[in-house]
Design a protein around this ligand. Structure first.
Ligand code: ADP
Length: 624
């Protein structure tokens, strides 16, 4: 079907209340309308769903969407229904009556988008049904699940290789946010895409502020982030299940609506957490990396990593869950060099498992090093991240990361600081761990320092004007720059401790033959709030915050009545625009982003009534 941009535009405005397409959405839709296979790689929140949804409505026929999780399908179906588009899902949890009713509607040709799981798709009955109604367009959501090389491989997705055999005339469209070249090639091959249109978007997410901050007192630091986002949604990732449980209960004691999520909890407990977060009954989920896929909540305003992620791919994926609605969101990573060693030892231990591929350990350690170096680098985090994914763009001062916002600065005289640390290690003869070296450098008058005679060393107290946390952090930076080693030594059978050792590069630093760069956080004055990113400042400009909160409460009530998540009623961006513009009539409200015909009919009057009462009580002008 040839693309008529006017028809497409009017469908999008009518149903979604969206006036402008995002980058690559138009060519992606064009590929669907022309029946040409496609692979669309856009970052999370880039608007991939619209690429197949809008053409499905325009073509007036059924498009089949393959999706990995029932919860994802449910969200998408609810969201489409709220936009006045007939959508449904077929899954194994349905009763016979429900299934028969769905099949009837499908046969009548009334369904625009049909969501199915990959294993369901290749079953004979469904295959025959889809043949009967001449389905000729398939959209594969989260297409990286088909690839072994991705981090979310799902064996069921392998069955999709039969798709082209079963429906040789149909076009297949794959959508993913996973950026590696290897995965992309694998998707094309596994799905058997023929001469596909390949569309790869810009991976930068300018609305995310990346802050890499040395981990000092993690609970206190996490509480500070939560305090900046009172009543807003956030995810806190921890490395271990035990950390998840203890942090979640600690936060709850402070009156924060936090819930835990990890693979050790029962499926019922996990579903409760996920549902409570999606429906905004709970603000904070404390989780291991098991939490993520299937979370479609678009207004997650922060993601905290309480521990180091094991790769930049994981980091990008996990931080990507923040700010899917395009509004500002904060991604805070509490960095500790010690996490690098924890991961390294976990990875090395896993090599003992006979089933492990021999390339696993070196590959994983390499990925871990990339992650660690990213944290230790002194360059714009946005630029480094997109470069890692093969995009060479230079972002001129993003004003949305700790480096560009000036939270982290280079240490003046870093070479001298490094020389002091390294020569202290040389003086104590490579036999002690980080804590002890810090004590000597700070000139601590402890029994253990005195008894070894180290209080008379020339390096005793050399860095006494600095905090223990700063010195500890610099030591880990030296290790990550490979001018210092941390090694495990056995003190007695079965008991090892980590000690610091010099290498040849350490001597180059001490002889002034090698330059060192060290970072330190800028210590903010008590009570001082960190500066805000450009997106943060702009997206709140002119917004009546009290009205926004009143809208949120109304949205939650309407969502509960309908048993859907609040963001399906209206996105935060729509509420902010309503609270900024204060439209005085339904006609004017229709011009607001995210207000299509169906939502205007269902919710418009209620929001308008609230708005009028609010403005009258405060004598506020409308139609700003
Ligand atoms: P992805 O699947 O790429 O992560 P989604 O399809 O879930 O992203 O879209 C994220 C959000 O962006 C949704 O709320 C969607 O309605 C919105 N959106 C999509 N396209 C546009 C657009 N052109 N303009 C504004 N908002 C859009």
């Amino acid at each position: 079907m040839p693309l008529n941009p006017i028809d497409l535009h009017s469908v999008i405005v009518r149903h979604w209340g969206i006036n402008q397409l995002r980058p690559l959405q138009e060519p992606a839709m064009k590929a669907v309308l022309m029946g040409r296979d496609s692979l669309v790689v856009l970052p999370t929140g880039g608007g991939k769903s619209l690429c197949y949804q809008a053409p499905a409505v325009l073509r007036n026929s059924t498009t089949v969407v393959i999706s990995p999780l029932i919860s994802l399908m449910k969200d998408q179906v609810d969201s489409l229904l709220s936009c006045g588009i007939k959508a449904l899902q077929l899954n194994s949890s349905q009763t016979n009556v429900e299934r028969n009713s769905c099949i009837k509607e499908i046969k009548e040709g009334r369904v625009r988008l049909l969501f199915v799981s990959p294993e369901r798709l290749v079953q004979t009955d469904l295959y025959q049904l889809l043949q009967e109604i001449n389905v000729d367009t398939f959209a594969v959501d989260e297409a990286h699940c088909v690839s072994h090389w991705g981090h979310d491989f799902r064996p069921e997705y392998r069955q999709l290789s039969k798709l082209k055999e079963l429906f040789p005339q149909a076009s297949v469209h794959a959508y993913t946010a996973t950026a590696t070249d290897h995965v992309r090639r694998d998707i094309i091959e596994q799905l058997g895409l023929r001469n596909p249109e390949i569309l790869i978007g810009n991976f930068d997410r300018p609305n995310l502020t990346y802050l890499i901050i040395p981990c000092r007192e993690s609970t206190k630091q996490i509480m500070e982030v939560i305090a900046r986002h009172r009543n807003e949604g956030g995810i806190i990732y921890c490395l271990r299940r035990a950390d998840v449980d203890s942090l979640a209960s600690e936060l709850t004691k402070f009156g924060i609506k936090a819930m835990p999520y990890h693979a050790g909890l029962s499926p019922k407990h996990r579903t409760e957490t996920q549902d409570a977060f999606t429906t905004e009954q709970c603000d904070v989920v404390v989780a291991t990396v098991a939490f993520g896929m299937g979370i479609d909540r678009s207004n997650v305003r922060y993601v905290v990593h309480a521990g180091l992620p094991k790769s930049l791919e994981h980091y990008q994926q996990e931080t990507g869950r923040a700010g899917r609605d395009g509004l500002e969101a904060e991604c805070v990573l509490l960095y500790s060099g010690a996490d690098f060693f924890t991961w390294k030892s976990i990875i090395e231990k896993s090599s003992i498992d006979p089933g492990v591929d021999p390339s696993f350990v070196p590959n994983s350690i390499n990925q871990l090093k990339h992650m660690n170096n990213y944290c230790r680098a002194a360059a714009c985090r946005h630029t480094l991240l997109v470069r890692h994914f093969g995009q060479l763009s230079e972002i001129n001062s993003c004003v949305a990361c700790d480096i560009c916002l000036g939270y982290t600065v280079s240490v003046p005289d870093a070479n001298i600081v490094a020389q002091k640390i390294l020569s202290c290690i040389a003086r104590v003869k490579d036999q002690y761990g980080v804590g002890y070296i810090v004590a000597v450098l700070r000139g601590e008058n402890t029994q253990s320092v005195r008894s070894r005679g180290h209080s008379s060393l020339s390096t005793y107290g050399l860095l006494k004007e600095h905090s223990a946390a700063d010195i500890r952090d610099w030591i880990y930076q030296l290790i990550s720059q490979e001018v210092l080693l941390q090694e495990e030594i056995e003190t007695e059978p079965g008991r090892t401790i980590p000690i610091l050792r010099l290498n040849s590069a350490s001597w180059e630093v001490m002889r002034n033959q090698r330059d060192i760069r060290l970072l330190q956080p800028v210590h903010s004055k008590k009570g001082e709030q960190p500066s805000k990113s450009k997106t943060d400042t702009e997206s709140w400009q002119g917004v009546d915050r009290d009205l926004f909160e009143e809208f949120r409460a109304l949205r939650k009530q309407l969502a509960t009545e309908r048993n859907v998540p609040p963001y399906i009623v209206f996105a935060d961006a729509t509420l902010r625009e309503l609270a900024r513009n204060r439209p005085s009539s339904l006609g004017k409200m229709r011009q607001i982003y995210g207000v299509g015909d169906s939502k205007l009919r269902d919710f418009g009057q209620k929001f308008l009534d609230l708005l009028i009462i609010h403005c009258k009580a405060r004598n506020l002008t409308m139609d700003m």
